[in-house]
Design a protein around this ligand. Structure first.
Ligand code: NAD
Length: 270
């Protein structure tokens, strides 16, 4: 049942691939949290643009990651590798790097996409929920970038793209931990962009508003209606819209853009 549902989602994604440019030909990308949602869509769009794609995710996501890999190889004709590992664990990410080097190659484009939320009002928030969100969303960016930065620096088209969120700029009730992690990613993006600009590596963040993935599907219907009422576009973003922006930042068309935060929130926060 779960697998059929996943298959339908991926088939919908594949049908929706529109670009016939091959802007990422000859490049290798690693996408953390790449087996579902926004990460999966980025993986498919990248493969469609000619990149070979390593998919990182937790071991519990193995089946979903396999399915994405199957479509990348079968339908889109690109190489892929499943790089199982927990981004919040530096040793895991070092092992992922070794496996990627052995079985896939070096990484030109790193997409720090893996992320979680554990929402509650701050006065009820447990330290554990704070630590968990910060360790995946922010330490995860440190660990993965630490493991792969020298690959990216050696590339002729080195790119690091961090998946932040509008919440990192606007704040949100019940999301002190999530907002802090996503704001932290913006600071990280700007600092690292300055450090690696001489290596021709660009570092940018994308800050989507609410995107129609499982993370948002889980929000109660009444709350969803209230959120949509505050979005001038009157709808959530599609994962495709976020993934296309990430493709642009990864491409040579964005060669002079660094240290930027690309907001894409349908006018929710300007
Ligand atoms: P999702 O929950 O559908 O996917 C997240 C993926 O990350 C999953 O595959 C999950 O297994 C993986 N992941 C979680 N913890 C991990 C870990 N420790 N190590 C490796 N992988 C891990 O979420 P999504 O909606 O696709 O979100 C993707 C990113 O976009 C997240 O960083 C999220 O914060 C951000 N974002 C989402 C929205 C939205 O509305 N959906 C809006 C703005 C930003």
């Amino acid at each position: 049942m779960e697998k059929d549902e996943e298959q339908k989602r991926i088939e919908g994604d594949i049908e929706g691939l529109t670009s016939d440019c091959k802007r990422l030909e000859g490049l290798n990308a690693l996408i953390t949290g790449g087996s579902q949602g926004i990460g999966r869509r980025i993986a498919l769009e990248f493969a469609n643009e000619g990149a070979d794609v390593a998919i990182n995710d937790l071991s519990s996501q193995k089946e979903k990651a396999n399915l994405v890999a199957q479509y990348i190889e079968g339908e889109l004709g690109r190489d892929t590798w499943i790089a199982e590992g927990d981004v919040s664990d530096l040793d895991d990410m070092k092992k992922v790097r070794e496996q990627v080097e052995e079985n896939f190659g070096t990484i030109d484009i790193l997409i720090n996409n893996a992320g979680i939320n554990r929402d509650s009002l701050f006065f009820k928030m447990e330290k554990e929920d704070w630590d968990k969100v910060l360790s995946v969303n922010l330490d995860g960016v440190f660990n993965t970038t630490k493991a792969f930065l020298d690959h990216v620096r050696e590339s002729d088209q080195g790119r690091i793209i961090n998946m932040s969120s509008v919440i990192g700029e606007s704040g949100n009730i019940g999301q002190a931990n999530y907002a802090s992690s996503k704001a932290g990613m913006i600071g990280f993006t700007k600092a690292l962009a300055r450090e690696v600009v001489r290596d021709d590596v660009t570092v940018n963040a994308v800050a989507p508003g609410f995107v129609a993935t499982r993370m948002v599907e889980d929000i109660p219907e009444k709350v969803k209606e209230k959120i949509i009422a505050q979005i001038p576009f009157g709808r959530f973003a599609e994962p495709r819209e976020v993934a296309r922006t990430v493709c642009f930042l990864a491409s040579n068309d964005a060669s002079y853009i660094t240290g930027e935060v690309i907001r894409m929130n349908g006018g929710y926060y300007m």
